[in-house]
Design a protein around this ligand. Structure first.
Ligand code: FEO
Ligand code: CA
Ligand code: CA
Length: 713
């Protein structure tokens, strides 16, 4: 049986298409939660790397991590142990940043604070000996792009073109950076999404000294012309001048996903994240030439944009919110060319060209957010939801290009499509199998599983009368795509209150999953929150937990790293850093009856002879000191060499339980079993760790760990 009732996946059968299951292939799925906590399954650990307001530095000075982190991508410096995170900061939160929510009352300094909190962060990060990720600072790579700096260069047909006033040659900074993508030539793409909201923030000429953020900026557009573009940056090169590519159109860009074939035009898929927005693809004029970076950097500057035409109809429609489906779940379509004149306000101008009824029937979809391309070329599109189509839960749609040719365009080349996975309650009884709602960002792991994060609007989350009440908080799901559990969404992580999960990204070795937690406590200003009185805030995450009343504090959008740690319970390098928990914030230890709160004090006196001959002979004798009577549990863990010659995961080599009736020095002997001694005799060196737990008469526990190294001498 592939699936136990607890939702534990059997990697051998459920993930039959994976030769080598990753750290994230098998987990015990989580139940839905309405708690103010970030939760991952048992055996996984999560911790915050950075949150809004955290400071880091480069050679020129101090930088501040921005608000509402969304997209992230990992650019390696040293494999999966050290790299650069390229991160988007989508929009500011005046209430939490300075307390003035009425734009008319903001000072110029408050507007500047908001401008400084959006854009992008480039963060140099590294894993330490404990396996914990941290920011490397100062580092020449650390960098910020903000809402008004540095200057970005426009490229493409609308750049510095008098026919399109308001755009010009350059733009100050970048804003509304939702999701994004990477390119095969090593750059990051950042998508400017809800640029139309920025004039409402009061970023006017009086406060900013420029008309860049006002509607039109000298044109007839009803939104700021310098924003709404796909921007390209090079995380590795601090001197790279970021670019805004007008050939990719100006709409509410969610993300990008490419399909690159050597010596063929480069194709980039994109979604317009708005109710009834379209799905687009760009086909470059230049050919993709692997290894020829200078040429490839020109690829996004010229080409043609196309919008998907869907038949028999483009939208999933329902007879009522959360009701019955009234539209087909598959069909055909083709790619219609977007003219140059339509690029500047893509959605509105195409609708005007084809007529709004035609647009609604064949181009409009249910908020296309993330678009991802599978290895076989299939395009997966997350259609989040669409209240105008009564689509409460959204879906994931698949598109197969005509002849599997990504450059296929026009009515002569018909693609096919089908709805792959529907959001909404599944009725399945297993824990964590109740179904996702409102899919947003997608990613694949190497085993072929599809990972989905959800974006139920914070205004309706946990509303008992809403059809998605069953879902509780937003979450992260894994969908196996083959085996007996194909298509079942298993809940992997829960977000804190009113937050959305964004930007899921695996390191190349798939031992770390990065997730951004966006807008925890977002409803605070709408639900009677008083600025500065943190007890009134609707989330205390990550420093506290509103649900349990633990540590009332301001909610902070934060970057989280998830890893699966080996079974060593504590601090592998013995430096007393508390290990991260599978819940953020870690719950306080509940007091036990009769517990006086003073566990025994433990210290290591000597760690014995750390050579393999004595370990496989008489065993390891080591001394420690304990200051009151206690029961000691001592476990020795070690990493043996795997059949492939790599260092294996820590496994238990020996365990002893010993009662100590008098305080003072104790000697403990650990001797591996005969079978393990045979294996150990084959090793040249074994990294190991010792974990000691002392339980006193009142039940108080104290734990110490120490790193050891056994060598052949
Ligand atoms: Fe910013 Fe499309 O979510
Ligand atoms: Ca999104
Ligand atoms: Ca979203």
């Amino acid at each position: 049986m592939a699936l136990e009732r607890t939702g534990y996946l059997d990697t051998a059968t459920a993930l039959a298409n994976t030769a080598e299951p990753s750290d994230f292939s098998a987990f015990r799925a989580l139940a839905a939660s309405a708690a103010d906590a970030f939760e991952v399954p048992e055996g996984y650990r999560a911790h915050v790397i950075a949150g809004y307001g955290d400071q880091f530095a480069n050679e020129d000075g101090t930088l501040t991590y921005g608000f509402n982190n969304d997209y992230l991508a990992y650019f390696p410096l040293n494999g999966s142990q050290e790299g650069l995170l390229f991160i988007n900061h989508e929009y500011p939160a005046p209430f939490f940043q300075h307390g003035v929510t009425n734009a008319a009352n903001k000072t110029a300094a408050q507007v500047q604070l908001e401008q400084d909190s959006v854009g992008n962060s480039i963060l140099h990060v590294k894993r330490d000996a404990d396996g914990i990720w941290g920011v490397v600072s100062p580092s020449r790579y650390n960098r910020r792009i903000t809402g008004n700096s540095p200057t970005l260069q426009f490229t493409g047909p609308l750049a510095d073109n008098a026919a399109y006033p308001g755009i010009g040659e350059t733009a100050s900074g970048s804003l509304a950076n939702c999701s994004g993508g990477i390119t095969p030539w090593g750059t990051a793409l950042s998508c400017e999404e809800n640029y139309q909201d920025y004039p409402g923030l009061g970023w006017d000429q009086a406060r900013t000294g420029t008309t860049d953020y006002v509607n039109g900026n000298g044109s007839t557009l009803t939104s700021p012309a310098k924003y709404g573009w796909v921007c390209e940056h090079d995380p590795y090169d601090p001197s790279f001048v970021g670019r805004k590519h007008t050939a990719l159109g100006r709409f509410r860009h969610e993300n990008t996903a490419f399909r690159a074939v050597a010596d063929k035009p480069f194709v980039l898929y994109m979604g317009d994240d708005v109710n009834n927005g379209g799905v687009y693809k760009f086909v470059s004029d230049l050919r993709f030439r692997p290894g020829r970076r200078e040429e490839n950097l020109k690829i996004l500057t010229s080409g043609k944009l196309y919008i998907a035409y869907w038949a028999p109809q483009s939208r999933r429609t329902f007879d009522a919110p959360g009701g019955n489906l009234t539209s087909p779940t598959g069909g055909t379509g083709y790619w219609r060319e977007v003219t140059e004149a339509e690029l500047v306000d893509t959605n509105a101008r195409i609708a005007a060209s084809v007529g709004s009824a035609e647009f609604q029937l064949h181009y409009a979809t249910n908020r296309p957010e993330d678009v991802e391309v599978d290895e076989d070329g299939t395009v997966y599109i997350a259609l989040t939801n669409n209240s105008t189509a009564n689509d409460t839960h959204g879906s994931i749609r698949r598109l197969h290009e005509a002849g599997n040719d990504p450059t296929a365009v026009g009515q002569g080349a018909q693609f096919t499509w089908e709805d792959y996975a529907a959001g909404g309650p599944t009725g399945r009884p297993g824990t964590g199998e109740q179904g996702f709602s409102s899919p947003d960002n997608l990613t694949f792991d190497k085993a072929g599983n599809l990972w989905v994060v959800t974006d139920i609007s914070s205004s309706v989350l946990n509303n008992p009368t809403n059809p998605n009440a069953y879902h509780r908080n937003n979450a992260v799901f894994m969908l196996p795509r083959s085996g007996p559990n194909a298509g079942v969404a298993f809940r992997f992580a829960n977000m804190p209150l009113e937050a959305e999960a964004t930007g899921p990204y695996f390191t190349p070795d798939e031992q770390t999953l990065f997730i951004n937690v966006q807008h925890p406590g977002e409803e605070t200003p709408n639900r009677g929150g008083v600025y500065g009185t943190v007890e009134t805030y609707t989330s205390y995450w990550p420093k506290g937990n509103k649900t349990t009343g633990q540590n009332p504090s301001k909610p902070i959008p934060s970057l989280v790293a998830i890893t699966k740690l080996p079974d060593v319970e504590t601090d592998p390098d013995g430096d007393d850093t508390p290990p991260p928990s599978n819940v953020i914030p870690a719950p306080p230890t509940p007091p036990t009856p009769g517990n006086d709160g003073t566990p025994a004090r433990l210290s290591f006196v000597s760690s014995g002879r750390q050579n393999l001959a004595s370990l496989t002979g008489t065993g390891l004798d080591f001394k420690l000191r304990v200051d009151e009577p206690a029961t000691l549990t001592v476990t020795l863990y070690g990493q043996l060499t795997t059949r492939k010659g790599r260092r294996g995961k820590p496994r238990q080599l020996a365990r002893v339980t010993q009662r100590v009736n008098v305080s003072g020095e104790v000697t403990v002997r650990l001797r591996p079993s005969a079978a393990l001694r045979v294996l150990l005799r084959r090793e040249r060196a074994v990294p190991a760790s010792l974990a000691v737990t002392a339980t006193d008469a009142a039940g108080n526990k104290a734990t110490r760990t120490k790193r050891l190294s056994f060598r052949r001498s």
